[in-house]
Design a protein around this ligand. Structure first.
Ligand code: ZN
Length: 169
């Protein structure tokens, strides 16, 4: 069996500041914010250029994703306890249980197709996007991708995904 290598990238600027609240049936947090940190761990076989994946590719993709969330209100569009609509550049959010309403410019929001804006589901969102956006040369075999999202120091969630890898010809 070929050796497996791990590449870890957790740069100082893999961060975003965002507002959110958790909402479940009968419970809603008040709107609050976190200074989130992100890191990425990839495992795979080493390529002919000596890389598993170019660090630069991981840095570019992760920074772009952080920028999409930075200084925004994270709206989990698949949550069944809120109703969200956007019109004329304005986002309207209704909390079904207590009738609370938020209205703010759509540009101030990050509308994410997740059910809860927990660190776990944010890690899942990063994992989905990174799996798509990391352009992988055909000669690479990637085995797993892990994304960690910390919402405070020492308080983090991780999404670990096995990748199919690519069979060598
Ligand atoms: Zn929170």
């Amino acid at each position: 069996m070929a050796d497996r290598f791990q590449v870890f990238v957790g740069k100082e600027d893999f961060r975003f500041n965002a507002a959110h609240f958790s909402v479940y049936s009968g419970f809603r947090e008040r709107l609050h914010g976190h200074n989130y940190r992100v890191s990425v761990l990839l495992e795979g076989e080493i390529g002919p250029d000596g890389y598993v994946v170019d660090f630069g590719d991981i840095k570019k993709a992760t920074r772009l994703l952080c920028a999409r969330l930075n200084e925004r209100f994270i709206v989990p569009t698949l949550n069944d306890r809120i109703e969200v609509s956007c019109a004329d550049g304005q986002m309207e959010l209704l909390c079904l249980d207590d009738g609370g309403r938020y209205s703010m410019p759509e540009a101030d929001c990050a509308m994410l197709p997740i059910a809860h804006s927990s660190a776990e589901e944010l890690a899942l969102w990063f994992c989905d996007r990174l799996a798509e956006e990391l352009a992988l040369p055909a000669d690479r075999t990637l085995l797993s991708l892990e994304v960690t999202v910390a919402e405070a120091p020492g308080q983090e969630a991780r999404c670990c995904r096995q990748l199919a890898g690519k069979a060598r010809a």
